[in-house]
Design a protein around this ligand. Sequence first.
Ligand code: ZN
Length: 163
Amino acid sequence: MSQPPGVPPDVPPDIPLEGLYGDLIMDHYRRPHNRVPLDVADIEAEEFNPFCGDRTILQLKLDGQGKVSGVSARSEGCSIIQAATSMLSDVLQGKSLCEVTELGERFRDSMYDRAPGNVDDTEGLGDLLALQVVRRYPVRIKCALLPLTALEEGIKAYRAKAH
Ligand code: ZN
């Protein structure tokens, strides 16, 4: 994939992260999960946001039943992209691609406050729910959703190849 050379990282100041959700974001930022690259992956995707220098790389391995059996997630950039990539990587294991897609849609809804807010809408989102604090900073929502965009692009490319 293309690596735009010499893009100056014009990173806006990181948002103040307070409270329980803020702590959770900082935990993932400092100690991101599932960072070990996969040797062989069925789905691979990379997204880059030149505006703030965020980059995220996702890899998924599928088992014989089409369920996620391996996840690798790496990112660079601001605290939000790094936390979001780690959080997303945590909720994918064992899910079918349909379940992953559905979960992703609910995650995106939760970032735009479109969900009616009942328990079913947030079920399975895990630590991703903490990213709702980013809603107060609309320009940063893109940081939180970049790993999801990568995931969706990766699944789309995989399906195009498989059918
Ligand atoms: Zn960012």
